[in-house]
Design a protein around this ligand. Structure first.
Ligand code: PLP
Length: 356
């Protein structure tokens, strides 16, 4: 059974925006555009024209890259927009709920609040390296739970939900909830993308991004993959012409073989640096724990996390602190070898000051 029926009734009934036709080699007097081509930038497509309503070639290229069919994918402005679209499509304000694990990426909560959806928070298991607790998720879900966000690898803990556990969740919720797997960091671990499961589970949505492993955070491009019927609904909710011409062209270039090879090399370097950094961090007296990570960051528990943060900031190295359950932790994004050395030098001066 399809999860289309879980969507807000008005969205199920919504028609896609009826955009002006865009046909090559025609005189276009149908979209109130300027007839003059701009001389700004050096884009392949004219900026005086609207971009395609949905960028077809890019959609095909990303579907191939992420391992799904063309009609199973919607290109979005970063995966952030996909989170927003999914919540707006499925959740009635004050009625439906979004289930999130904690700690996790804060934008799920943010967009749930924007939509007025109720929030169910299920804590992961700190004593098991913040493993996601599928039993607790199932116990906390009810018939208002439209969406369950699973960030895997999880930000900020770096944990991946094992495939059998994910499938247990998909099967147990069936057509009662959409399971939204956010794979922003999947390229940094050894686990296959869950898009491989799309043909088996009608309640699976997968979020991907070009902001992390591909290195194009500034382009704002991501995607949501899922059943074609659900993707069509999400597309009807998304703004027409959402992806700007410069972004489309930049991402088309980013998906060329030479750029992909560079991105693969960068990922390999980041993974190697992550392990070097993890080993080096473990040597400081004020570091209590470095969690294993499948992502491009490390979560580290410190004796006085805020003091370490401030010291690094004084040395022009910015780290991330979250508070709450992670009050004694810092998240460190893995940089270039030089940047990581700068961090370690800053920590050395802190250690020397303490010992000296
Ligand atoms: C887990 C997770 N999902 C999504 C995003 C948003 O990424 P994007 O740049 O694609 O909007 C981030 C960004 O940090 C993230 O950590």
């Amino acid at each position: 059974m399809s999860i289309v029926k879980l969507a807000r009734p008005e969205i199920q009934a919504l028609h896609a925006y009826n955009a002006a036709e865009q046909v090559d080699d025609t005189i276009r007097l149908n979209a109130n555009e300027s007839p003059r081509r701009s001389t700004v930038g050096s884009f392949r497509r004219p900026l005086n024209r609207y971009p395609e309503v949905r960028p077809q070639r890019l959609q095909q290229a990303l579907a191939e890259r992420f391992g799904c069919q063309f009609d199973q994918l919607l290109v979005t402005r970063g995966s952030s927009e996909a989170i927003d679209l999914v919540i707006r499509t499925f959740c009635r304000a004050g009625v439906d709920s979004v289930l999130v694990t904690a700690p996790s990426f804060s934008m799920y909560r943010h967009y749930a609040e924007v939509q007025g959806a109720n929030l169910i928070e299920v804590r992961s298991m700190p004593e098991q390296d913040f493993a996601i607790d599928v039993d607790a998720i199932l116990a906390a879900s009810d018939d208002t739970t439209r969406l369950i966000f699973i960030c895997s690898p999880n930000n900020p803990t770096g944990t991946t939900l094992p495939r059998p556990e994910l499938e247990r969740l998909l099967q147990a919720r069936g057509d009662a909830s959409a399971i939204v797997v956010d794979e922003a960091y999947v390229e940094f671990g050894d686990h296959e993308s869950t898009t491989a499961l799309l043909d088996r589970y009608e309640n699976l949505l997968v979020l991907r991004t070009l902001s992390k492993a591909l290195g194009f955070a500034g382009a704002r491009c991501g995607a949501v993959a899922g059943p074609a019927s659900v993707v069509a609904m999400l597309s009807a909710v998304q703004a027409p012409y959402a992806l700007a011409t410069p972004v489309v062209e930049c991402v088309e270039d980013a998906l060329q073989d030479d750029q992909l090879e560079l991105a693969r090399e960068t990922v390999a370097e980041i993974v190697a640096e992550r392990e070097r950094l993890a080993a080096a961090l473990a040597n400081y007296d004020f570091v209590q724990k470095v969690w294993p990570s499948d992502a491009n960051f490390l979560l580290v528990r410190m004796v006085d996390a805020l003091r370490v943060m401030r010291h690094c900031e004084d040395n022009k190295v910015l780290l991330r602190h979250f508070g709450g359950d992670l009050d004694d932790c810092i998240r460190i994004s893995v940089g270039t070898p030089d940047e990581n050395n700068r961090l370690l030098q800053a920590l050395d001066t802190l250690r020397d000051r303490e010992n000296g």
